[in-house]
Design a protein around this ligand. Structure first.
Ligand code: BES
Ligand code: MN
Ligand code: ZN
Length: 484
């Protein structure tokens, strides 16, 4: 699908739909005025999410006209613009038409670019493994034109880079686990050096030298070698300036290990690398738009399998920090991966802050449902920056507590700590576990088990499946607060 910006007076091409954005309780005006009869014959009021699809309208040169509701005009924000444009696209995506022209006559450059972003995110599909799809099920719309008087080129270049990052994440998360194992994930990230990123891959030998017994224990039952990918983007004027850092849980498949998960829904655990996927997509976005910041992304890539060589409940491992961990449940593996990845990140890069992303706990879905990710942090300023970016990108985030009193739940009888803290507050004790590997640096943990995958989806910019949650949010925070 191609995006073009055209002038407000441009006529739609042949076999294209023409879309008008309509606000609640506002009369149709201009070129859309002749459609008031169609509106009267329907229940269309211009409310958010409504689309009135008018085939072969009389008096308008278009195969089809869409009236897209955007709610009250004074409440329209940029997310509303994205959603309206995405809904227009969804309405004609497989209609047989090949084009869509969205009229945004009075829009600003930013609104026009966000409309283009909305359509681009909505048009995502992961279809490389389909060989027999019927032609009538395939998307037919090839070109989407945004009609605006504003010059949206520069703003779109920036949004397009972010969209590329989201797409990279969605592709990684969608891939089946027989294809995307740790070394393949690392290889795909390495390919992104073409964007100006520097990528370093650590294998098990290097990790053993570093003493990463916590991460290595998770992968020891897998025939696939564990990896750490270190991605660097040095876009600041001073290439040696202190970087900001992001760490991702990359469990390419989580069977639970010896604490084996039940079969129902286990296929979902292919997206247990969604945190690492988001960090990888973020780094692609930062490089793509040449962000003026030094940033590091660390991916902890493993596969959690049951096997004769697998880690047992009862094992004690020694993490890179020197702290020992008693394994109670081999299915609480994400925190074991993060323990070493976060420590390594701090020791090596001394970053301004660390944000980790992880599909860490089923309990966060119980707490927050399927729209909000959980935010856990030792720092109010970093939290405020994340929450502000969440608002402006429409990736919902809710701050959760880190009560010191719960920390004793992960004390072990024989080691420094154990890897589970019991059922109550499961997302909190998981976060407290990671916090034991944070050594004075401002840190935030995003539990994205609730948001990395969406099925069903009612958000027009999120087709079912991999969402890419986190890429936009973190990119926005960097743009707002950390670029010099
Ligand atoms: N990867 C899972 C968490 C998860 C669950 C992600 C559902 C996405 C959807 C994680 O490794 C896990 O298994 N967590 C356990 C922790 C428990 C054993 C303490 C859980 O949430 O049940
Ligand atoms: Mn698990
Ligand atoms: Zn997991």
């Amino acid at each position: 699908m191609k995006i073009e910006f055209v002038s407000p007076s441009a006529a739609p091409p042949a076999k294209a739909a023409l879309a008008f954005i309509v606000f609640e309780k506002e009369a149709l005006s201009g070129d859309a005025a002749s459609l008031s009869g169609a509106v009267e014959a329907s229940r269309f009021t211009g409310g958010k999410g409504q689309v009135l699809d008018i085939v072969a309208p009389a008096g308008i040169a278009a195969a089809r006209v869409l009236l897209v509701g955007a709610g009250p005009k004074d409440k329209l924000d940029l997310i509303g613009v994205e959603h309206a444009a995405a809904s227009a696209y969804a309405a004609v995506k497989t209609s047989g038409l090949t084009g869509l022209l969205i009229r945004l006559d009075g829009a600003t450059a930013e609104q026009a670019a966000r409309a283009a972003l909305g359509v681009t995110l909505a048009s995502y599909r992961f279809d490389i493994y389909r060989t027999k799809e019927k032609p009538e099920k395939k998307p037919s719309v090839e070109t989407v034109q945004i009609a605006t008087a504003a010059d949206a080129k520069a703003e779109w270049a920036r949004q397009a880079a972010i969209a590329e990052g989201v797409k990279f994440t969605r592709d990684l998360v969608s891939e089946p686990p027989n294809v995307l194992f740790p070394a393949e994930f690392a290889r795909r990230v390495k390919e992104k050096e073409s964007l100006g990123l520097q990528v370093e891959i650590l294998g098990e030998k290097e990790m053993e030298k570093l003493g990463m017994g916590s991460l290595l224990g998770v992968g020891q039952g897998s025939v696939r070698e564990s990896q750490i990918a270190v991605i660097r983007w040095n876009g600041a004027a001073d290439k040696d300036a202190q970087p900001i850092a992001f760490v991702g849980k990359g469990v390419c498949f989580d069977t639970g290990g010896i604490s084996l998960k039940p079969p129902e829904g286990m296929e979902d655990m292919k997206w247990d690398m969604g945190g690492a996927g988001a960090v990888a997509g973020l780094m692609v976005a930062l490089a793509g738009r040449k962000a003026r910041v030094n940033a590091v992304g660390i991916l902890g890539l493993v596969e959690n399998m049951p096997d004769g060589a697998a880690q047992r409940p009862g094992d004690v491992v020694t993490s890179m920090s020197g702290q020992t961990i008693e394994i109670i449940n081999t299915d609480a593996e994400g925190r074991l991966v993060l323990a070493d990845a976060v420590w390594y990140c701090q020791e090596r890069f001394k970053p301004k802050f660390i944000v980790d992303l992880a599909t860490l706990t089923g309990a966060i879905i119980i707490s927050l449902g399927n729209d909000y990710a959980g935010l856990f942090s030792n720092n109010d300023e970093l939290s405020a920056n994340l929450l502000a970016a969440s608002d402006s990108t429409g990736e919902p985030l809710w701050r959760m507590p880190l009560p010191a009193a719960y920390d004793k739940n992960i004390d072990s009888m024989i080691a420094d700590m154990k890897n589970t803290g019991g059922r109550p507050g499961g997302s909190i004790t998981a976060a407290l576990f990671i916090q034991r590997f944070v050594n004075g640096v401002p840190w935030a943990h995003l539990d994205i088990a609730s948001t990395a995958w969406k099925k069903p989806s009612s958000v027009p910019t999120l087709p079912e499946g991999a969402t890419g949650y986190g890429v936009r949010l973190l990119d926005q925070m960097v743009a707002d607060k950390y670029e010099g």
